[in-house]
Design a protein around this ligand. Structure first.
Ligand SMILES: NC(=O)C1=CN([C@@H]2O[C@H](COP(=O)(O)OP(=O)(O)OC[C@H]3O[C@@H](n4cnc5c(N)ncnc54)[C@H](O)[C@@H]3O)[C@@H](O)[C@H]2O)C=CC1
Ligand SMILES: CC(C)CC(=O)C(=O)O
Length: 367
């Protein structure tokens, strides 16, 4: 990969490589855009096939956070970290503390939180070294695990998308195919089960599948079979790029609404599902519940206020669908437009210089 070419093409601000021999830390922090404010985005720990794959993941996820935060109306930019390693084997206090010192070194340009492979306990270790971390234990006055709140947002967004596809937002009797029943999707399944939806689940982790089968009477299928099952809604809640050339022809669902980041392998896959008449709730819009929740910590965390904002993701998905219909464009394009318009608006309003804090020449004046 020609890194600077790539950064320039998609307008990235910064890419930080973090290496700590003693703890074995190898991490990449990508900061995409800080027009709206400091870059906020989680830390993913994953076993990548190559360093290039890790860099690419960090970059794609960071850009997604710029759009997610903008579309959610947050005054935050987009960033993300990937730590190269196996979350089941390679975690240690030293590793997360070493990473925390790198985050501290960015002096607030980047704020982290959980993502796939990291937990509240890991965030607490990072917090030993920096304040620029959210989703730490509630004992610190923080918001804790964002996953249940992400699930609530996905549930709300799914209902809005269902209303468009089926004329009602009731999920009673709807068949939902859930891919990956991890932290977010398990709670999502709770909401769906409570409303009377029928669940089909899959996961590469058998224990996770069994838990969902037992708790919700879900039907289990093999990971490769989830795309082709007879269902109303496909909820991708594992990793990205599952909407692609191989899977699209198998899909029976009329709605795609799930928590995974970067669901479309390429933009053109968003065009194809649009042409097929599938209502697609854009990933970074519907899965913003977690970031809305952790961002509330910046104002002094208030759970009720955060949940009210997350509930509004229903309206945000409605708005995206409305723009899509009005302008005759796929929903993923409508969401991008919404986010880009907000960034441009704020960028322009910031062009009128206003000193924030001490005057830049105050040290000279006082002498
Ligand atoms: N946790 C959060 O608050 C947020 C999560 N997301 C995204 O939602 C997705 C899920 O996140 P979490 O639930 O936190 O992660 P998780 O790691 O708890 O759950 C993911 C599940 O997917 C399974 N999985 C992985 N590959 C699979 C495959 N090929 N087929 C079937 N199952 C597979 C894993 O075994 C795991 O059980 C991720 O893409 C994440 O980036 C997005 C926004 C916030
Ligand atoms: C809790 C969020 C900050 C997690 C995240 O990075 C995301 O929304 O993808």
């Amino acid at each position: 990969m020609e890194i600077f070419k790539y950064l320039e093409k998609y307008d990235y601000e910064q890419l930080v490589f973090c290496q700590d021999k003693q703890s074995g830390l190898k991490a990449i922090i990508a900061i995409h855009d800080t027009t709206l404010g400091p870059a906020l985005g989680g830390t993913r720990m994953w076993t990548y096939a190559s360093e290039e794959a890790a860099i690419e993941d960090a970059l794609r996820l960071a850009k997604g956070m710029t759009y997610k935060n903008a579309a959610a109306g947050l005054n935050l930019g987009g960033g993300k970290t990937v730590i190269i390693g196996d979350p089941r084997k390679d975690k240690s206090e030293e590793l997360f503390r070493a990473f925390g010192r790198y985050v501290q070194g960015l002096n607030g340009r980047y704020i982290t939180a959980e993502d796939v492979g990291t937990t509240v306990a890991d965030m607490d270790l990072i917090h030993e070294e920096t304040d620029f971390v959210t989703g730490i234990s509630p004992a610190f006055g923080s918001s804790g695990n964002p996953s249940p709140v992400t699930a609530f947002g996905v549930y709300r967004g799914m209902k809005a998308a269902a209303k468009e596809a089926f004329g009602t937002d009731s999920l009673e009797g709807r068949v939902v195919a859930v891919q990956g029943v991890g932290n977010v999707a398990y709670t999502l399944c709770e909401y769906l089960h409570k409303e009377g939806a029928q669940l089909i689940v899959t996961d590469i982790n058998k224990e996770a599948v069994n838990r969902a089968v037992q708790a919700f009477g879900a039907r289990a299928v093999d990971p490769d079979d989830i795309y082709g099952v007879e269902c109303d809604i496909y909820a991708p809640c594992a990793l990205g790029a599952t909407i692609n050339d191989d899977t699209i022809p198998q899909l029976k669902a009329k709605v795609i609404a799930g928590s995974a980041n970067n669901q479309l392998k390429d933009a053109r896959h968003g065009d194809i599902i649009h042409e097929m008449g599938i209502v697609y709730a854009p990933d970074y819009v519907i899965n913003a519940g977690g970031v809305i929740n952790v961002a509330d910590e910046l104002y002094g965390y208030n759970q009720e206020r955060a949940m009210k904002k997350v509930e509004q993701l229903y309206t945000t998905i409605e708005k995206v669908i409305e723009i899509s219909k009005r302008d005759g464009i796929p929903t993923y394009v409508a969401a991008d437009r919404m986010a880009e318009e907000r960034i441009a608006r704020i960028r322009n309003s910031r062009s009128q210089f206003l000193q924030n804090g001490h005057h830049i020449l105050s040290h000279r004046i006082s002498r």
